[in-house]
Design a protein. Sequence first.
Length: 88
Amino acid sequence: TVVFSLVTSKVIAVKHDQISCAKCAQRVTHLVTVDKKRAEDITEEDLKHDGQCYINSKHGPAVAEEYALESIAEYLLIDPVTKKLRPD
């Protein structure tokens, strides 16, 4: 989700949601093909892998924009120190 200023015509905020991770997908493939685990038996503990997990959202593409806009609005409107609306 990209928010840009109509006054300056410049981007003022970008929010990206990632609901999948290649390393998690590889782990699932290994568990199913090599370890012969059934998909319904795979737990969150089984999906732990080395390196960074790229999942940063639980919201699918159909609704991700609404949640991203809420997050961006909070970032732009609320001062993180005082937790009040920014005066500007």
